[in-house]
Design a protein around this ligand. Sequence first.
Ligand code: ZN
Length: 203
Amino acid sequence: MKLICIGRNYTEHIKELKNERPTDPVVFLKPDTAILLKKQPFFIPDFSNDVHHEVEILVKINKVGKYIDRKFAHKYYDEIGLGIDFTARDLQSQLKAKGLPWEKAKAFDGAAVIGKWLPKSNFEDLNNINFSLQNNQQIVQQGNTSLMLWKIDEIIEYVSKYFTLKIGDVIFTGTPAGVAKVSANDELTGFIEQTEMFTVKIK
Ligand code: ZN
């Protein structure tokens, strides 16, 4: 399976990193080896001094599809989750400056946290989901899916032009503002509305 990630999908996060607002979704992939195993701590890799948390709403694909129209996109998933797109920001900045791909900064082992899954039917409106991340019990990121530049069904339409979606693939839909460096002894806990979705210790 693969992880398909959307960058720059929330205006306030685009501003905080001084990025340009994209005209098309920014897309990158992480391999399955990037998934942090359940209950394992996240070890800050030695090639970075500035790993950031990015909390993101996740969508799990449940049907094979290609060239999916946004009208039918809802048929390709029935679970919503929450995760972290860990990013070695220092390395990413160097790569961006050189116009190089971001994989070393985004796709390294452990760089993808995938929490538990909730049935889509739990939600009245997928375009109005509140989610948040706490670091040592303090809220550090808060978002609502209504603020996404590209909504879930539009993302599925867009990425399926390029990549065949397969059962079990996970889409990371982008992070709201508030990304920040993680340090040893941090404990990150993610929430959708009031439901705890994951906890990760940083080492
Ligand atoms: Zn991200």
